[in-house]
Design a protein around this ligand. Sequence first.
Ligand SMILES: Nc1ncnc2c1ncn2[C@@H]1O[C@H](COP(=O)(O)OP(=O)(O)OP(=O)(O)O)[C@@H](O)[C@H]1O
Length: 491
Amino acid sequence: MEERYLLELRGVSRRISSEFYLRGINLALRPGEVHALVGRNASGKSTLFSTIMGVFTPDSGQVLIDGQPAEIRNTSDAVKNGLILVAQHQQMFANLPVYENLFFGNELRMGGKLGLVDNRRMLHRCEEVFRQMNVQIDPRAPMGNLTDAERQLTAIARAIVTDGRIILLDEPSTHLNESEKQRLYDAIAGLKQEGRAFLIISHDLNEVLAVADTISVMEDGEIVRSAPAGEFDEKALIEAVYGIKSENIYYRERPEAGKEVLRLEDFSGPNFSGVSLSLRAGQVTAFMGGAQSGKLSVARSLAGLCKTGGRVYLNGGLLEIPSPITAVRAGIVLASSQADEEEIRESEIAVNAGKRDTSASRMAISAKRLMASVGKALGNYVMLRPQQEYITGGNRQRELVERAMRKQAFVYLLCEPTAGVDIPAKMRLYFEMNKLLQKGAAVLWLTADIDEAFGLCDNIAVMRDGRLALSGSAAGLSREAVQEAIGAAAQ
Ligand SMILES: Nc1ncnc2c1ncn2[C@@H]1O[C@H](COP(=O)(O)OP(=O)(O)OP(=O)(O)O)[C@@H](O)[C@H]1O
């Protein structure tokens, strides 16, 4: 009997630019299967997703849905065929309740298409889908109150209410900690049982091994190897994808710790208090914690982006950080998000232009950020248009961190530097970071990756519920202790 595939690509090719082509892609997805796409940055994973979703139509080859040739010329054709893309950092409306976000653009109505929005039915359906996924999220809560993991689960629930049978997940667990990832994997496992299938792009090879039934390796627009996940272990996968021996990934020189560069005493700010921590020259500290643990707030506060209390000493001297410009001038650099980067740059420009860094100018910046995020959220619902200037997901993150690392500073606060970044690019970032340490800088490295924390970092500090829950040298801490401290944060 012929095997039944939900989705099949036969020899799909597409010219994306003068330099990049998708070439002869063959891929088949069965009901209940999870198929992972792995490969270096810019190997073509996202373009393959865009091609499946009808953003790029194939120049040659065939796409079949349920064994029948399908014409998918745009995203609404894709949705009609049961295909749904859950993008990385899916934008949602923070002020709207979860259930309204779930149905945004596809509202259930009383009567025909033009009838009144049926909130009760939407609420009911939302509860039903969450139950089915075995997740406990309050459908009436404002979206903005959700953790990253809950947002990701809601994005998947949105795919289900839109009747997605083939769900494409782009880096689904970036920024999630171990227990949050587990919730996501459990939800995927439940949905597999119902016969839904997943295509997943991930740079996290442990994740790929945990969830995938089949793994395809992409290289320069082609699938160069496709095999059942059981044929790989982590080492083999790293070698197959990157041609790198896995034991070399975290190699770095480890000089003696130098003098104390940064000292926090009873440091407090939005969502955190009583944080006392010391960073030494030549050392990198992994800064970990679940969603809402306060770790990002600590870093942003040190960069002058929030109001703070307590004491900060830089190279032995007491430091007030009322604004981003004071942090920059003192030698504290932050790499977190493009919005933060812009706010810091605007603070510098305002001061350089002779304006005082007043709260009014900061409010103007906040209003601009708000408009930008509304624009982005709206943009996402008409999304998936090919962009003029295209930078791949992983490269954008890496460039942000690299820009920060090129600045002269005593302290570097680097948030999730390697999220969505492939292993060779990670190794380059580790190499650049090591150069900063050799120059005597201290680095706070925010990460959700426990292998990276233990492999790369000298010290590990964990935030929980706005407090420092654990801190010590990586050599003196156990994985279990760190995981337990983080896990408690995710409760
Ligand atoms: N709209 C576009 N216009 C021009 N070039 C594009 C476009 N979209 C993608 N590309 C190019 O196609 C190549 C593959 O990019 P793609 O985003 O698919 O890689 P990826 O494997 O998903 O990377 P990453 O892991 O960094 O997210 C890159 O060289 C990229 O610059």
